[in-house]
Design a protein around this ligand. Sequence first.
Ligand SMILES: C[S@@+](CC[C@H](N)C(=O)[O-])C[C@H]1O[C@@H](n2cnc3c(N)ncnc32)[C@H](O)[C@@H]1O
Length: 271
Amino acid sequence: MEKVRFTEEKATMLATLYGRALDARSDRPVLGDKAADEAVKQIDYDFGSLGVDGQLGLTVALRAKPMDDWAAEFLREHPDATVVQLGCGMDSRVYRLDPPSSVRWFDVDYPEVVDLRGRIYPARDGYRTIGTSVTDFGWIDEIPSDKPGLVIAEGLTMYLRPSEGEELLRRLIARFPQGGEMVFDTFSRLGIKLQKLNPVVRKANATLYWGIDEISELERLGLTLVSKLDSTDYATPEVKDRLSGSLRAQLWVAGLIPAFKKMGRILRFRF
Ligand SMILES: C[S@@+](CC[C@H](N)C(=O)[O-])C[C@H]1O[C@@H](n2cnc3c(N)ncnc32)[C@H](O)[C@@H]1O
């Protein structure tokens, strides 16, 4: 068992890991991420303290699923792409998608986090981690720039200061002269204001900074929108039936009020 002590934004990745593990243990998993379940069994941590239950696990899986699908689609079209996953935490997307070894995949997070990954997950061809803050931009020089790029960031943008986040995206776009895609989720400014209502953020004592209201705020950095899912669109109709009454009610209300609808989004861009 690997004992861990993470706080603030680093602790949130234990909540999302546990959410995916609970989804994997459920009767009808959305992601079926067995590696997440195995990882949880190897980590000595009081996962119960994170406030994550089966319902929250389902919502974590529902956020990850379209990102997996979009990434898989890009990698089918570009089997020699370079993938950079920012704020990877203990996410096992590389094992879920299992790309060919012609894909070079870099998972980036703070040194303590990638150190834990190294102790839990097996090595694989074409795969590497980089232990750094994503906003200490020197790491970008380590990324090969000779192929199309796929940048993935799940549950990260909101933790960055707006100016740092924008600079990060600009530098990554510049790193891939052959172009590519970016897949990431965002919170609106209202989502940032209401952050303490988010149980994962509250329990981890983390702080969110970057709220994005309009797609144009990202397009002016050099991105072109390909697809967009508002928080009310994450659940497919068959999965909606499995959400609790209170979650369904929240989604229904959010669907009526544009400011709530776009409080959380998953976005796919081309550059
Ligand atoms: C909510 S977790 C998401 C983890 C993972 N993407 C997932 O979906 O399970 C946020 C992650 O972002 C990482 N993070 C936040 N700010 C960061 C920064 N400046 N540099 C590197 N990683 C960062 C945290 O360490 C944590 O692993």
